[in-house]
Design a protein around this ligand. Sequence first.
Ligand code: TXA
Ligand code: MG
Length: 309
Amino acid sequence: MNINLSNIKKAVKYLNKNECIGIPTETVYGLAANAYSDKATDKIFKLKKRPRKNPLIVHYYNLKDLKNDCKIDNQFLSLYSKFCPGPITFVLELKEKSKISNNVTNNKSTIAVRFPKHKVTRKLLKNLNFPLAAPSANISKSISAVCKTDVIEEFGNKIKFVLDGGKSKEGLESTIVSLVGNQKILRLGSLDRSKIEKYLIKKKTNKKKNIVMPGQGRIHYSPGLPIRLNIKRPKKFEAFLLISKRIKSNKNFFYLSKNKNLKEVAKNLYKTLRKVKKKGFKQISIERIPNRGIGEAINDRLLRAAVKK
Ligand code: TXA
Ligand code: MG
């Protein structure tokens, strides 16, 4: 996708005025605002109906910018050089003189940061003199947005602009790793757990220092319809999501992949959940997803999506 410079300019203009806008990333779209501004970040919580106690991820262009706000060490640098820019988020310690708004961190001394790979958003970040706080661009608890129209579906004219970057390549949120206290993965995501875990160091630390993730409630990523998992034979009235080709197809069949390609399943999951809801199905069933590689992150999302309210 070519970068449309006049759209970047528009995005810069809105962000400089402390507005919230939609931005593309390789994982999912974000609802972005100036991370240094109380006024701008306040709007994110209101628009998303997000509890204040759930902190935001801050998106940076490069290390130089990050160093103004966070404490870093060699281990972070080695993970950074392997995976960034890319779909990984780090929980780090905040510097005391950081300009990050207290809204972003919920007044805590840690901060989640990431370096998105999407070239449109990289261009945008390069043209700003502040980093962007950006949670996923959806109303709290519902499914993340993976294209511009999804974001508009979530927020309508409550936001003034969505920067178009096509469809998110990964389709699932970033993997979150805490480097504070005991190093561990807090949220499974687009980057496989196995790729990261081998670099994490087991330390004996004070338990109180260990990080928990406030924003991973039981109900999350919900399409607002009942979902049944691990299904071989769907009911007639259900939308049936499949990951491999069947000889006999049916009107209620929706393929996430035709050959068990789990990367493809991840990419198509949220989009397909939205689609079947729009088509008016009242219930969804889904084939078993193998619990390997990215399949683990997909199953994590499906289990939360399937929790009954
Ligand atoms: O792929 C992604 O990560 C997307 C794109 C837009 O970058 N963002 C995203 O943000 O998924 P959000 O807000 O939907 O999820 C961020 C999660 C929340 O569950 C929050 O609790 C956790 O990150 N988080 C943020 N700051 C934290 C911190 N300091 N310590 C622990 N968890 C934190
Ligand atoms: Mg989210």
